[in-house]
Ligand binder design. Structure first.
Ligand SMILES: N[C@@H](CCC(=O)N[C@@H](CS)C(=O)NCC(=O)O)C(=O)O
Length: 264
């Protein structure tokens, strides 16, 4: 019977969760439990933050320049006019799995944002914090009085993070390979996945200029991957004219322009 896989002291719990995902059935829950009990440091999660309203500190962003989730956070930092210094994490060298880094994100991933004593990881959680603590009206997420719109924006952000961005990044990685090593079937499958999102985006954007009633966390989540489409040869075409216009609006937004220039 297969039970808990072995992992090294500094292996990311993600590796365990991936194994859990592949396992399915009762093993899945056993492996999730195992991930929680991996020998990592969860202490940053329990730290109390004592930030005063309106107080602004210089924050630290642990990031990698090509990371689309890091870009999400950099766009939100620019939108909320927050000052920060970047600490570059060398992902290729595996710095994200070092004991030191796992103290600030036990899941071993960038981005991580440190605001005074508050240590946050995961781009969605970070951006909601930036919006709730630092954004001026109308903010980047519809208010609680508009709960259905708010939920729709959050759902679109989740779709960007879990389906759209990974497909675009995988396509970029595939296309970066020398032609002889590229997997043509995989390239076609990834383009098909990306193109499936276009009619849905077109429908939303036929009613409004952005994915929410105003520019929102959903637009921010899509921007890093969506603005790579042209370079990757994926054209929304005339059938998705509203998507094309939206991409132009995104590319011209100062917060996004700054982040794209940083990545170039
Ligand atoms: N759900 C996370 C995803 C972050 C993520 O996937 N980061 C990648 C870089 S783009 C990473 O750190 N990968 C290193 C690893 O998993 O070892 C977020 O939104 O912040």
């Amino acid at each position: 019977m297969r039970l808990v896989p072995r992992w090294s002291r500094h292996a990311a719990p993600d590796a365990v969760l991936d194994a859990a995902g592949a396992a399915g059935g009762p093993d899945r829950w056993l492996l999730r439990w195992a991930a929680l009990h991996a020998p990592h440091d969860w202490s940053s999660l329990g730290r109390r933050a004592s930030l005063a309203p309106g107080e602004r500190n210089e924050m630290q962003l642990y990031d990698h320049p090509d990371c689309p989730y890091g870009m999400k956070v950099r766009i939100a930092l620019a939108e909320t006019e927050c000052d920060y210094e970047t600490v570059r994490v060398d992902l290729a060298a595996g710095q994200q799995h070092s004991a030191e880094f796992l103290k600030i994100n036990p899941f071993g991933q960038v981005p991580v944002l440190i605001d005074d004593s508050l240590v946050l990881y995961d781009s969605t959680i970070i951006n909601e914090y930036l919006n709730e603590w630092y954004a001026s009206e109308p903010g980047l997420l519809p208010d609680l009085e508009h709960a259905p719109e708010r939920a729709r924006v959050r759902l679109l952000e989740d779709f960007a993070d879990r389906a759209f961005t990974p497909a675009v990044m995988a396509l970029e990685a595939e296309q970066a390979k020398p032609e002889g090593e590229r997997n043509g079937e995989r390239v076609s499958a990834l383009i098909e996945t990306i193109e499936k999102a276009l009619p849905m985006l077109e429908r939303v954007l036929s009613e409004q200029q952005f994915l929410g009633p105003n520019f929102s966390l959903a637009d921010i989540a899509f921007a890093p991957a969506a603005l790579r489409l042209e370079r990757l040869g994926v054209d929304p075409g005339e059938a998705h004219k509203n998507v094309k216009d939206w991409l132009t609006r995104l590319a011209g937004r100062p917060s996004i322009m700054t982040v794209l220039e940083m990545a170039a």
